[in-house]
Design a protein around this ligand. Structure first.
Ligand SMILES: Cc1cc2nc3c(=O)[nH]c(=O)nc-3n(C[C@H](O)[C@H](O)[C@H](O)COP(=O)(O)OP(=O)(O)OC[C@H]3O[C@@H](n4cnc5c(N)ncnc54)[C@H](O)[C@@H]3O)c2cc1C
Length: 266
């Protein structure tokens, strides 16, 4: 199938992009790498009247250190994060996560902001940025606001974004020198979407011990209790209580988290 007809605009400033999104009465939609929106257009699951291509807006393509955080523009591609070469106060975590997304052709076009806005429960940035305690910087007709990742994902393919808003950037807190990162995707082939994801950040320097289970049916499960790193039975019980349902179905999630915990445990 082919996409239904749509108009196309490629503004060069964030203000122009927001004005276009506001003007078109809800029929306009941002597009970044088009790796998810493209198939939806072709299947006519999405039929926007206007596509606002935001990839030519310089501020959305920046990567910079700001105070104690790495700030990544929404239109930075997975490939650019994978390749490194930018100052990184997280010790290389974004590069490692990006390298595990799909395959290089997808990573060359797919963006961190597009991935979060699409909010596939199995998406790598959804899991990793939740575990890192990142904030999403959202720009809209009434200015900017910052939303914690744990609140940004509301459910499967559902976010806190309001009409006319776009993701401008992601703010990832710096990690201390003693920080350890564990990340495990359960999938049959390299580069596949995950069937179960475990992500763990243990950063004693900042008092963080966070376990995240993602790629389940809804928003990620976040467990912020340092005792759970050392107590596998309590951890499994906490995950099972949050995911509920069939024990066989939650088993891959328990395994993913167990393996991620093993990566941070000396
Ligand atoms: C074959 C294949 C395999 C994949 N495997 C993986 C995988 O293993 N792991 C993984 O995490 N991902 C995977 N992906 C997803 C891919 O990595 C992209 O991140 C994802 O498709 C969306 O990014 P995008 O920039 O292409 O967004 P687009 O497709 O351009 O947009 C997606 C949605 O987000 C909206 N949007 C885009 N940017 C913004 C913004 N800044 N603000 C607000 N709304 C916005 C669009 O309107 C649209 O609704 C895969 C994709 C493909 C095609």
């Amino acid at each position: 199938m082919k996409a239904a007809d749509f108009d196309y605009a490629a503004p060069r400033t964030l203000d122009d992009a927001l004005a276009l999104l506001a003007r078109d009465d809800g029929a306009a939609r941002p597009v970044a790498g088009s790796q998810s929106l493209g198939p939806m257009l072709n299947l006519r699951l999405a039929q926007p009247g206007l596509l606002v291509d935001i990839t030519r807006i310089p501020e959305l393509r920046d990567i910079a250190v700001d105070g104690d955080a790495l700030v990544v523009g929404a239109c930075v591609t997975h490939a650019r994060l994978e390749d490194g070469g930018y100052p990184d106060p997280t010790g290389g975590v974004p590069a490692r996560v990006a390298a595990g997304i799909a395959y290089r052709a997808v990573r060359n076009r797919g963006t961190i902001g597009g991935s979060l806005a699409h909010a596939d429960p199995a998406a790598d940035w959804v899991a990793a940025l939740t575990a890192l305690g990142a904030d999403v910087i959202v720009a809209g007709p009434h200015g900017r606001r910052s939303v914690a990742m744990a609140d940004f994902i509301v459910g499967a393919f559902e976010t806190d974004l309001r009409p006319g808003e776009i993701i401008a950037a992601v703010r990832i807190p710096a990690l201390s020198e003693r920080a350890r990162w564990g990340y495990v995707k359960v999938c049959r082939k390299t580069g596949e979407f995950s069937h179960a994801t475990g992500a763990v950040l243990a950063d004693p320097g900042r008092g963080v011990a966070r376990c995240v289970v993602a790629a389940a049916s809804g928003r990620p499960v976040v467990l912020d209790d340092p005792r759970l790193l050392a107590d596998a039975a309590a951890r499994d019980a906490a995950v099972a209580a949050r995911l509920g349902g069939d024990p066989a179905a939650i088993r891959p999630h328990l395994v993913a988290l167990r393996r991620a915990v093993a990566q941070v445990t000396p």
